[in-house]
Design a protein around this ligand. Sequence first.
Ligand SMILES: [Zn+2]
Length: 154
Amino acid sequence: MSNEQTRFVIDSSLGTLAKWLKIMGFDAHYQSLYQDNEIEKILKEGRTLLTKNRQLQDRLDPLILITHNKIKDQLLELKNPGFLPMDRKYWFRRCIICNVPLHSVQSQYARGRIPDFVIHQNTGEIKFCPKCKRYFWPGSHRVRMIKQLEAWGL
Ligand SMILES: [Zn+2]
């Protein structure tokens, strides 16, 4: 199983966890609101539910109960038992808003849409979200996120 094949549906109370899982390339479906029985339907896509709600344990499957409140502890609670394959090549390959894989784009196509200095510094490293049309590139923001993940033990 690679990061991209590990698919989750994440309940509304775990938005920060969803964001960091997407940063690491996991397919992390998240909504701030789910209708009745909606999670049940999404689970049929071959996903595992991440939730803090113990009452769902008897009703929904597969499910991983998240017991910690801090994001670091939540990530380790998934990583340590082996629920998160750790392959860094998948980091920053998914749109953290749309949860879809990013496409690589030639820098000339991004010209005018992202700052010129980014084009000069990151040839070949620019990615594009086919859904929200945002561009992504390595920069100080990404360096901070990598340092944060490393500090947490990921
Ligand atoms: Zn997007």
